[in-house]
Design a protein around this ligand. Structure first.
Ligand code: BG6
Length: 463
């Protein structure tokens, strides 16, 4: 059954940071690709006028797209209108209803702090703007399991589950979609993709910058809630999931949810939290803050396929580089036929998948060096994927939401299952350990690694 195409896009948080950095450029891209033909109504409580919002839209598009052309930009501006008002005030929603005119199937996008989701949903419901509509909810979806469940209850009183689109923009990235494709469009991986052959899996999401003016937001989130529990868990789920039982969105959702459900809830000693020195001086940050800007965890997926295989995940700000990489270490050959190939610190075989800043899949293998001796070298078989026409994730995701396509969105069940894994350590944890900006976080993160494993520094360039 084809879903109904939305006939308006409402976005709350129109004057905010996300709108500036991501949403206006995405809307521009949608116009450019002939995917946006409906009115776009920005909503915020900033005492702005439509002129201010248009000015912001132009600045934001030009910053992201120096090649922006005037005609496309003018089309975007012609679609734009604006409602200013307090989300707690019913008159804001009356004004929105008026601005929506006879639209029957609006998509409401909540690009606002999670603490406001409930208020806005209730406001929409009170003026019957939820009927026939969809809602797109930004991450983090709740602050913990209880608040996610409460939010799901509020939302489900106003929208049926099929109208709820929980965004994790990582799912709209080419490199992340490729994980699903790479795993299940090939047959060679499956026989070795399990505890019999895989020693450990690492996922690193490093950012060389700090909180960039988002101190107040960060204080309510921290690295665990901001990146690790959602973006990195999604990557983990794609790596660890079973093959979807049939084609289609629901099967992928089920398979991913099963991974979250099989993950062993974290204990205090499975996580190391760090805070870069200087964070407490940021605007909006408590000078005694214990919020982490770095989090590393060791987690197990207690499934038939993955029992006892550690998954190590780390995410942080002010690290030495901006790069996301997956490193899957395979077990050593069972016998040391060649002395040089199996020394303790070699990982003779691994699969390295770089997701950012560019997309690379590399298979590490040892290859004999020409000559009499049976000695060799580590080599990589490298696939580099170029994405000349890659669409930014928000462009893809908002286009899908307007079309009612939920394939790249998360279900209530999977969101709650993911929170369940981190729930025990959200409040009950060791203090964040200071680290110097430009380093790989606190040394204590090494203690999470079992055996002789070491954290892999993402490779930025292949030899
Ligand atoms: C966001 C986080 O969800 O993801 C940010 O709030 C983080 O803190 C960002 O920097 C990373 O996303 P991307 O697409 O820039 O890798």
């Amino acid at each position: 059954m084809n879903a109904v195409q939305s006939d308006a896009l409402v976005f709350f948080g129109a004057t905010g940071d996300l709108a500036k950095k991501q949403i206006f450029p995405a809307l521009y891209g949608m116009v450019e690709h002939n995917e946006l033909h409906v009115p776009v109504i920005g909503v915020a409580f900033s005492q702005w006028s439509l002129t201010d919002l248009k000015k912001r839209a132009v600045e934001s598009v030009k910053a992201a797209r120096p090649d922006a052309d005037k005609a496309t930009l003018d089309t975007l501006l012609s679609l734009l209108s604006y409602v200013d008002g307090d989300y707690a005030n019913p008159s804001t929603f009356t004004a929105l209803k008026k601005a929506l005119g006879d639209a029957q199937h609006p998509t409401h996008y909540l690009a606002i702090p999670p603490s406001m989701f409930g208020t806005v949903v209730q406001g929409l419901k009170a003026v019957k703007l939820t009927k026939g509509a969809r809602v797109v909810v930004e991450k983090p979806f709740g602050r913990d399991l209880a608040s996610a469940q409460a939010l799901n209850r509020v939302i489900s009183r106003a929208f049926p589950e099929e109208a709820v689109f929980r965004i994790d923009h990582y799912l709209g990235k080419e490199e992340i979609m490729n994980l699903l494709y790479f795993r299940f469009a090939n047959s060679f991986l499956e026989p070795v993709w399990n505890r019999n052959y895989i020693e450990s899996v690492q996922i690193t999401a490093a950012e060389a910058f700090g909180v960039e003016g988002r101190g107040a937001f960060y204080e309510s989130a921290g690295a665990l809630r901001d990146v690790l529990e959602n973006h990195l868990f999604q990557i983990l789920a794609l790596l660890a999931m079973e093959a979807p039982a049939y084609r289609g969105y629901a099967a992928v959702q089920q398979a991913k949810t099963a991974v979250f459900k099989a993950m062993r809830p974290l204990t205090k000693d499975d996580i190391v939290r760090g805070q870069f020195e200087g964070y407490r001086d940021e605007a909006g940050v408590d000078p005694t803050s214990d919020v982490e800007t770095f989090a590393a965890v060791r987690v197990f997926v207690d499934s038939w396929r993955w029992a006892d295989v550690p998954f190590y995940l780390r995410a942080g700000k002010e690290l030495p580089m901006t790069a996301h990489e997956i490193f899957v270490s395979f077990k050593r050959p069972p016998q040391a036929l060649f002395e040089d190939a199996v020394s303790r610190h070699h990982h003779p075989n691994y699969l390295r998948i770089r997701l950012q800043p560019d997309s690379v899949i590399a298979l590490g293998a040892r290859v004999k060096t020409p000559g009499e001796e049976f000695v060799g070298d580590k080599k990589e078989l490298v696939v580099r994927t170029e994405h000349p026409a890659e669409r930014p994730p928000y462009e893809r995701l908002l286009t899908d939401a307007l079309a009612g396509d939920r394939a790249l969105y998360s279900s209530e069940e999977s969101v709650e299952a993911a929170w369940t894994v981190v729930e025990p350590v959200l409040e009950d944890h060791h203090r964040a350990i200071p680290y110097v900006a430009g380093t790989w976080g606190p040394e204590e993160a090494n203690d999470l690694l079992l055996g002789d494993d070491t954290w892999r520094v993402p490779t930025l360039k292949e030899n």
